[in-house]
Design a protein around this ligand. Sequence first.
Ligand code: AGP
Length: 610
Amino acid sequence: MCGIAGYVGKKDGLVVVMNCLKRLEYRGYDSAGVLFFSAKGGSASNGQNDQAELKKSPGKLTNLEKKVKNSCATPLLASIGHTRWATHGTPNETNAHPHADCHQKIFLVHNGIIENYRELKEQLEKRGHKFKSQTDTETVVHLLEDNYDKGATFEKTLDLTLKKIVGAYAFGIINQDEPQKIYFARLGSPLVLGIGTKEYFLASDQAALAGMAKKIIYLKEGQRGWISPTGFKVWPNKPIIERLDLNTEVAQKSGLEHFMLKEIFEQPETIKNALRGRLSTNGVKLGGLESVSKKLSKIKNLEIIACGTSYNAGLIGKLLFEEISDIPTSVSLASEHRYQQIAHRPDTGYIFISQSGETADTLAALKKIKTQGYLTLGLVNVVGSAIARETQAGIYNHAGPEISVASTKAFTSQLTILALMALCLGTKNKNKKELARELTLIPNKVKLILKQNDQFKALAKKYLQFQNFMFIGRKYNYPTALEGTLKLKEISYVHAEGIAAGELKHGSLALIDPHFPIFTLTNKNSVYEKMLSNMEEVKARGGKIISIATAGDRKIASVANDVIYVPKTLEPFEPLLNSIALQLFAYHFGVLRGHDVDKPRNLAKSVTVE
Ligand code: AGP
């Protein structure tokens, strides 16, 4: 949560930083701010001709854009910026980053949480420091000032300060004594360095640097350093410089109205990418798991740990592993698992699913499991992210950056990889060939669903006045129903609940009346007849039914009020198609209700705090 950007080089740093912030806005969007040096002057002098200008605004980045419209930054001097998702203190101008020390000499942007900020603040206040904001972050800038006063170099000041901090952080810091430098540090929150030609960048996510930096350093836990127009320094260990191959396309909406729609429409391609090079006539080959293949062959149980949409993918993964690989599998919410007393589970392998690879709860659960010596595997989209690094082995989604807060293409790509893993581990499964063949047909079947986009829009319009929805399904379609509710809730702000269809009569059926429409996932599969009976029960109570059904099913239209048809596929892969239908409904419903679906209220893309 929160996006950090920094630039030093020949260009106008304000323009570069604002550009990066635009690409990072998905990380937090309740306030934003920048610090740059300008010849025109502003609030405080840096001792030369240029003066530091601190501009902050509550609300989305467009507010800050208006504020800095007529400003420009002096080339070769440092600029930093921040887009915030509030943890401590309301999202107002004072609490927005960058924060400054008492003398407006040191400026700092932060992503993470300073856990011991209360103690530190108390000590610093006693020493005369004056705080302006309610944030944990401001403590760090005063602590830097306090340590710097002791006459140390700023490198040493930074080291000394970091030693006193407990918590998670990625920092970008400007000290007016060295206006050409941006100092940085990271622990527990992501931060990358971009390298161009005589220019250097700092960002929370590589996607912010697409088309700008040629090389990248994924900073490791505990690394810190500085960038200046003439070079950079990272300590305590040597950084690894890698090529950055992302083009600007990935960070743009490609002419579509929202990233969410773009990402929904990318799914034929992202599912193909998840399969590419991994599925052939010789079977499934998962390069990322080769280093642990011996350990994996001894595994008798699996446990999947994740949050949100990734957790829903895990629930489907469980069914895949049990049906295809015959491996008993359990699924846990990371936020629960990390605090639970877990019984010893010999021969268990743990799979951590995370689009961002940064989710604080998932990472904490992973660290806990690691200390107990279990095999840990990652299913992660963001290359080089914390969960990818902390797990012993893993598989990347290769879905490309997912910018919209609502996860869509990452989810179906997670399902694809879980299916591949299940096939890979299901050495004795007799239907492997048929399953593998069907998996390769999914991308084209997805295209057929996307072609019905207008129908989803019309359906959303028809049901727009309703405030409550229920989603029901059985087997694979139960977790798919849960994912359908999550999508609708997060971007439409209406109430939705997902129920295992067989559970309806155990309580939730009481909710059903003409004002409480119900989505049923009624594909022609092993539980089709059971689902039809559930639909009849709903209909008898005056409930309005919207069904996702298999193309060619004529029976269903006589029970449901509205039907959306998806192509026929094998039961384990139905979630890959049904979830896309539900994504499209949620998307149009949210847009028609006038919401910014890419940036739903109160949320942020990467949940890097508990
Ligand atoms: C999904 O639409 C959400 N925005 C959210 O539930 C997300 O899946 C969850 O926060 C987990 O994120 P991760 O996959 O990056 O770990």
